[in-house]
Design a protein around this ligand. Structure first.
Ligand code: URA
Length: 317
């Protein structure tokens, strides 16, 4: 981090106490208080998402300050601030530099009603269909320019035992509009079947819903722009466990730079659900000896689910 940026340690986010002097300063101070409340809520949201530190660059600070009382001339009075803008600042998954306007657009575009675990299968399907429709129309990042089809994800929407999450669609997925249907998908199918499930019994999705050009890994910003869709899907389907496939997916979900070989095999959490990181099937195709480790990870998932744990063998043969 250079001297022009500010890092907030999210390990110690606390409410920013209101100063009694606010009352004397009238409206301006209550505006400040509201802004600080928003900031506290935003940092808390990031902390709950597993982020341990937040780096703000000068552009972000400028955007933030332009909405503060100090950033305006008192003669002009309060700048208009809609509820959408305010909630966007709190709820949008800000990826590095997102202007408040962009954050508002993003929050509005990705806003999908939360599903209640008691919802009927039909209600959950309806939420998923709404997410899929928004994904299909999404223009929040440049990946929309080159996609043939967006790939929302598919499978069992009613509390499946497992939600598998990859990084982004490849060429086959882009053509078919379905997650994991190419070579890596075929190995994933074998892994799922070795666990005792069919593809229809689990849910399969990606962090990023559009194919990056030349199958490059999606950037952190692209993944963060897309995450509200995945979170809406998770809220609707309420999987019992999540398996994150590969380093890029784990980075997108957990904002962690730790290597997948370090993270795999150890339970962590995402959106309040147990998450097991493991290798991506494309990596297993390139380096088959790693299948043994991957199978160990999947056996831990079965154990947690209280399912029969098959003998030790490499997943997918
Ligand atoms: N790789 C992924 O991460 N996801 C897919 O859907 C296909 C390949």
């Amino acid at each position: 981090m250079d001297g022009s940026s500010v890092a907030a340690d999210l390990g110690s986010v606390r409410g920013l106490d209101k100063n009694p002097a606010d009352v004397e300063h009238g409206n301006e101070m209550s505006e400040w208080t509201a802004i600080l409340d928003d900031l506290t809520a935003y940092l808390r949201w990031r902390q709950e998402s597993g982020v341990r530190s937040e780096e703000l660059d000068p552009e972000t600070l400028k955007a933030f300050m332009s909405g503060t009382p100090a950033g305006r001339s008192p003669a002009r009075g309060p700048a208009p601030e809609t509820a959408a803008l305010r909630s966007a600042r709190v709820e949008a998954p800000v990826a590095g530099v997102l202007s408040r306007q962009r954050a508002a657009e993003q929050a509005a575009a990705a806003e999908v009603p939360a599903s209640n675990p008691a919802d009927s299968p039909e209600a959950r399907q309806a939420v998923l269909a709404e997410v899929a429709q928004k994904v299909t129309a999404c223009r929040l990042c440049a990946l929309c320019e080159k996609r043939i089809q967006a790939v929302p994800g598919q499978g069992n929407a009613t509390s499946p035992d497992i939600l598998f999450i990859g990084e982004a669609p490849g060429a086959d997925e882009d053509v078919q509009g379905l997650a994991f249907v190419g070579a890596a998908g075929q190995l994933l199918t074998k892994m799922i079947s070795a666990m005792g499930y069919t593809r229809d019994e689990v849910f399969i999705a990606n962090v990023c819903k559009c194919r990056p050009p030349n199958n490059r890994p999606p950037s952190l910003e692209e993944m963060q722009a897309c995450l509200p869709y995945l979170r809406a899907q998770i809220a609707a389907i309420r999987p019992r466990t999540i398996v994150a496939l590969g380093a890029t997916a784990v980075k997108g979900l957990l904002d962690s730079n730790a290597g997948i070989s370090k993270l795999r095999g150890t339970w962590t959490a995402y959106a309040g659900l147990p998450l097991m990181p493991t290798y991506h099937p494309a990596y297993l195709l390139r380096y088959p000896p790693a299948k043994r480790d991957s199978w160990d990870d999947l056996r831990k998932v079965l154990q947690r689910l209280g399912k029969p744990v098959p003998e030790k063998k490499a997943a997918g043969g």
